[in-house]
Write a protein that binds this ligand. Structure first.
Ligand SMILES: [Zn+2]
Length: 321
């Protein structure tokens, strides 16, 4: 097998990486006290060890059985039970919950009511539906430890929740901020653009020092969230400018009767104009920012949301006279 050819990209700064993985391909580390996080370098999961049992938060299938190994390793080192009694879904996506069925038997599964609805819809045996659901808030108390689960509206998905550990100075909030790395396609494959853009403000309104973002090899900091917020704000400002600055008429005139060719040429021109300065600014700041399609597709999503949700118009009157 020949490996696919790679373009020349800028080197990844060491600060974008986390601790080295062990021989089995995972790293487990203490966040604070008895809260731990696990990574395979790309995905992240977390667990609390308590005197009454272990609470697991997300089970990415890429970590899979290594999550069980990590729990066993820590429980044994700390002399506490390795029995997983509770499992919490951050959201319904299979890439974060697809190993949930590894913790079978008498595990209590907890998730947002929309997570349950979506899991029933998706009908995937690797993601059993949560028995315990909530609408806005749920306090999970196990063995004297506490996690506060909250839903503050749709963002990455309709059901993505905030998991706050008040006794561990930590917030777990998945698939919105990538610590040190640029987002992947389309706002990290997010569904609600306005909700996604506002979510970091909600995240920083909680008290925390450690942030479990669900992806890549290290924990995030408040500075990481601030860089992410600036990146999104820069894209929004740039998209507003490009939308109003570029006259669509010449594109439609050139396309003739093929109206969709006019749409493509116009929107591509707006996207390119809006994304270019952001890609230039963040190359060397966020790892892989020079993979231009990521910022370009994210810019396209935000630009379309500005038009459809916020009512920002291209040049010309907003309402036909
Ligand atoms: Zn997701």
């Amino acid at each position: 097998m020949t490996s696919p050819e790679q373009p020349e990209y800028a080197p990844i700064p060491r600060s974008a990486f986390g601790p080295a993985l062990n021989d089995q391909g995972y790293y487990v580390g203490r966040v604070e006290r008895n809260l731990y996080w696990v990574t395979d370098g790309v995905y992240q999961s977390a667990f609390l060890t308590t005197r009454d049992g272990v609470v697991v938060f997300d089970a990415p299938p890429s970590i899979g059985g290594n999550l069980r190994r990590a729990v066993d390793e820590i429980a044994s080192a700390n002399g506490v039970t390795n029995r997983v009694t509770h499992f919490v879904y951050s959201h319904h996506h299979a890439d974060h919950g697809g190993a949930a069925s590894l913790f079978g038997g008498d595990v209590v599964r907890i998730g947002h009511e929309e997570t349950k609805r979506l899991l029933l819809r998706d009908d995937d045996p690797s993601r059993p539906v949560p028995e315990v659901t909530f609408a806005d808030r749920y306090t999970l108390e196990v063995g004297g430890e506490r996690a506060e689960l909250a839903w503050h509206g749709p963002n990455h998905t309709p059901d993505n929740i905030y998991i706050h550990f008040p006794g561990h100075d930590t917030l777990m909030f998945i698939d919105v901020v990538n610590a040190g790395w640029v987002l992947i396609y389309n706002l990290n494959l997010s569904e609600d653009v306005i909700g996604y853009m506002g979510a970091p403000d909600i995240a920083v309104s909680y008290p925390w020092t450690h942030f479990i973002s669900g992806h890549l090899g290290r924990l995030a900091t408040r500075d990481d969230v601030a860089v992410h917020q600036q990146y999104i704000a820069d894209i929004e400002a740039s998209a507003r400018e490009a939308l109003t600055a570029i006259d669509p008429v010449p594109f439609y005139v050139a396309a003739g009767e093929n109206l969709w060719a006019g749409v493509k040429a116009h929107l591509d021109a707006v996207t390119d104009r809006a994304a270019a300065p952001v890609i230039a600014k963040y190359t060397g700041v966020l790892a892989a920012a020079d993979i231009e399609v990521f910022t370009r597709t994210t810019t396209f999503q935000i630009m379309q949301s500005l038009r459809l949700d916020r009512g920002v118009t291209v040049s010309g009157p907003a309402v036909h006279p």
